[in-house]
Each structure stands twice: as C-alpha cells, then as structure tokens.
Ligand binder design. Structure first.
Ligand code: NAG
Ligand code: NAG
Ligand code: NAG
Ligand code: NAG
Ligand code: NAG
Length: 389
C-alpha cells in the first residue's frame, strides 16, 4: 500500500499520459513522485504508467506536520491529453470527524476552513479523462478541476459519510466543456459543485446519495463576479439529501447564471428538491455583514426543470430570488413532488419570491406553479453592470 503520498505531476505539456490504478496489491511508496519517473513516455501513444495498489492517504490528518500539509493529496498540473483510470481506490482515510469537534489538538489545524486537502485535483489541464476509479473519505473535495477544459469523467464512484463536512464529490471551477457520466457519488456536501467560470457542463446518469445534491454556486461571494452558463443535467437520481438541484448565490455579487437545465431528475427523501437561493450565506449569524440584503446580485436567467419527480421531506420548491434582480425565464414542465413520510408539521409550502417564468404540464402540488408570468422581460431595479460574462 502506498502511504503518505502527495503526488505531483506537472509540466507534461504537451504530453499524453495515463495513470492506471489497478486492484490492490501491497507495495512500498515514496511521498512524492512524478509520472515521468514512472516512465511516462509522453509520446502520445504509450499508456504511460501503472501504479499498482489502492492509494491511501495517511490515516488521521493530524499525522501530517503542519508545514508540509498539502492542499491536495494528488495534484496534476498543466497536463494535456491525460487519463486517470483503473479499478483501484484513492482513499483519503480522513473524514471521520465533524469539523466543529476535532478529536484532539493535533488535528485542530485541519479544521480551519479551507486548509483541508482535496483528494485529487487537476489544474490548468485539457482533454483529461478520469474513469472507473473509486475515491473515498477525502477530508475535503474528492475530485476537483480548476482552470481546465475538455474534461470527461465516467464511471467513477465517490463515497464519504453524509455527515463529513465540506466533502464535495466533484468540484468544477473555471472549467469548460465537461462531461460527467454514469457515476455514483455519496458525500457530506455537494454531489457535483459548479463554480464560477464554468460553461458547457453536461451531467448524465448520476446517482447522488447521500449529500447536498447537484449545485451551481455559491457564486458572487464578497461582491465577486461570477459567470456560469450552459449547464445540462439529465437522468439524475438524488436520494437522502438536503437538496436535489440547487443554484445558490451570495448577495452583493455580480455576473450571471444562464441556460441551466435539469431534466429527468428523481428525488427520494430529499429535504428540498428544487432550490434557487439568491440569499445564500454560509456561516449564518457568524457571517454577520456578509448576510445583509444588498441590491447587487448574480443574475439568474433561463433555468428549466423538466420531469423532476419524487418525494421531499421539507419543502418541494424554494425559489428565493433577489428583489433587485429577479430570476427570469424559469420554466417547470412536469414537476411532481409528494411528501415523504415526514411529520405533517415539518412540511413547508412552496416558495416563489421574485421568480418569473411559467409552469406547464403536470405540476404537483399545484402550489409549485407559483412562478409569475412576465411576458419575457423584467426590468432590473439596478443599473446594468459594466462587465461581460
Ligand atoms: C489524534 O488523532 C489522530 C488521528 O485519529 C491519532 O493518530 C493520534 O494518536 C491522536 N493523538 C492523540 C494525542 O490522541
Ligand atoms: C466501472 O468501474 C468498475 C470499477 O473500476 C469496473 O469494474 C467496471 O467494469 C466499470 N464499468 C465499465 C462499463 O467500464
Ligand atoms: C483536445 O482534443 C481535441 C480533439 O482531439 C483537439 O481538437 C483539441 O485541440 C485538444 N485540446 C487541447 C488544448 O489540446
Ligand atoms: C444551453 O446549453 C446547452 C448545453 O448545456 C447548449 O446545448 C444549448 O445550445 C444552450 N442554449 C443556448 C440558447 O445557448
Ligand atoms: C432580505 O430580503 C428578503 C426578501 O425581500 C426578506 O425576506 C428578508 O427578510 C431580508 N433580510 C433581511 C436581513 O433584511
């Protein structure tokens, strides 16, 4: 087994290489290695290296000395035409403890927000495929793509406990032309998280259980500019989750979310299946001024829900849009949500606040169709932004 690894593969551009994670087999391993030292030929033909065995991060993050703690266990940078595949598992072995109660002082430093390592990260990489592997128990996000493009993720399995904080399944940022298919994701946070700078993201045949569902955002934090467009999620199953499909933006942000479609979504035992939240604020009262109502907001326009069916445990639909920049072009077609066996007092009516669009086809309960008709245009109350997404 490999232990205590932190793999960095960089500067293979323009190379074509592959890492294969095969079935578990004991072997010894160093802390840092490069795919080049494993004989990566980078000739565009060779299946360059084979790494045998499951990859295990050291158990208990506290074992990493503070100055050497990595922000990710496996970090791939500036790759072009690269494949990570195999039947092995990358196991972070680290999610057992909730963030607010580190078991002992040696682990405390990991619980400061943002310093927990991502399991596998690809940065500045193009035409990358990740397939068949399993990822589990990351202290933070499991698979992250940043400033990349031409990404294919297929048949991967991600599993972490539902109560492990901030453990996103797949996280995309500044990444275009992405296909995520035929994968099962269970974790303690967003199943797939789509952040600013992403466009043309296609998700198909995804199981999310447990977790927080498919999520665009949170966008626009600290008055930042956020741009997300052309997101398509189809044949999505979400079970035992807080949310089904969600778009969340912070107040005071700028930019836009455009052309997002959620099609053929099944939910079971999901607290709130359909959410647009333009009042998103992580951290509650502690976040103080960040949660204040502002006039600026990341604009949300062109969001379709087609055939979203199943059961909820709290509120079927929660569309809370900005007073100054309402959500426009929201459409619901065949949305049927019924209460799961929850105590009747626990259930809330659907909410549509400043949400414009139309509902068609079979809509249950009928209160979901609380969208306001606007004949296609709503005048924003604030002046246009001087930027282009
Ligand atoms: C702290 O937790 C880690 C990981 O569970 C463990 O390896 C270590 O022995 C613990 N340290 C103390 C002092 O209990
Ligand atoms: C999906 O991945 C698993 C685990 O690696 C593998 O056993 C299975 O053959 C893969 N399925 C396909 C269709 O490639
Ligand atoms: C990615 O692959 C496509 C198709 O093979 C190719 O046209 C494109 O140039 C590649 N992108 C980069 C950045 O190499
Ligand atoms: C919306 O996004 C999808 C892909 O996600 C794309 O195929 C389609 O052309 C986009 N529509 C518009 C009007 O841009
Ligand atoms: C912010 O605005 C929303 C919608 O108008 C309102 O429901 C909420 O109470 C406001 N929050 C604060 C803190 O003023």
């Amino acid at each position: 087994m490999r232990r205590g690894f932190s793999l960095v593969a960089a500067l293979l551009w323009p190379a074509l290489a592959a890492v294969t994670l095969a079935a578990a087999r004991p072997s010894s391993g160093g802390r840092t290695f490069s795919v080049v030292s494993f004989g990566a030929a980078a000739d565009g033909i060779t299946d360059d290296s084979e790494i045998d065995g499951d990859m295990l991060a050291p158990a208990g993050m506290g074992n990493w000395p503070k100055p050497r703690r990595p922000l990710q266990w496996l970090n791939f940078k500036w790759l072009n035409g690269f494949t990570i595949q195999g039947s092995g598992t990358v196991d972070g072995q680290s999610t057992s403890l909730p963030s607010d109660s580190p078991a002992n002082a040696s682990q405390l430093h990991w619980y400061v927000s943002g310093v927990k390592p991502t399991l596998i990260r690809l940065y500045g990489s193009f035409n990358v495929t990740v397939r068949n592997i399993r990822m589990s128990n990351s202290p933070q996000c499991h698979l992250k793509f940043d400033s990349s493009g031409g990404i294919k993720v297929k048949n991967v399995t991600i599993s972490s406990p539902g109560d492990s904080p901030n453990t996103d399944g797949i996280h995309l940022q500044n990444t275009r032309d992405v296909q995520i298919r035929s994968s099962s994701i269970g974790c303690g946070d967003d199943c797939i998280s789509i952040q600013t700078g992403c466009s043309n993201v296609h998700m198909k045949n995804i199981n999310c259980n447990p977790g927080h569902g498919i999520s665009v955002g949170g966008l626009g934090k600290d008055n930042s500019l956020a741009c997300v467009s052309d997101v398509y999620a189809e044949h999505i199953n979400v079970e035992n989750a807080l949310y089904g499909v969600r778009i969340k933006t912070w107040q005071g942000g700028m930019g836009s979310v455009r052309n997002v479609t959620f099609s053929n979504v099944r939910v079971a035992n999901v607290a709130t299946p359909i959410v647009i939240d333009q009042f998103y604020c992580d951290g509650g009262a502690a976040a103080g001024a960040r949660c204040r109502n502002r006039t600026d907001a990341v604009e949300i326009t062109g969001v379709s829900y087609r055939r979203v069916v199943g059961t909820y445990t709290y509120q079927p639909v929660h569309l809370a849009c900005s007073d100054a920049r309402p959500c426009t072009g929201v459409s619901m077609v065949d949305v049927r949500l019924s209460p799961a066996s929850a105590p009747p007092g626990a259930l809330r009516q659907p909410l549509c606040w400043k949400s414009y669009g139309e509902a068609l086809g079979m809509i249950e309960p009928t209160g979901i169709a609380c969208l306001q008709r606007n004949h296609g245009f709503v005048m924003p109350l604030t002046k246009p932004f001087n930027y282009t997404c």
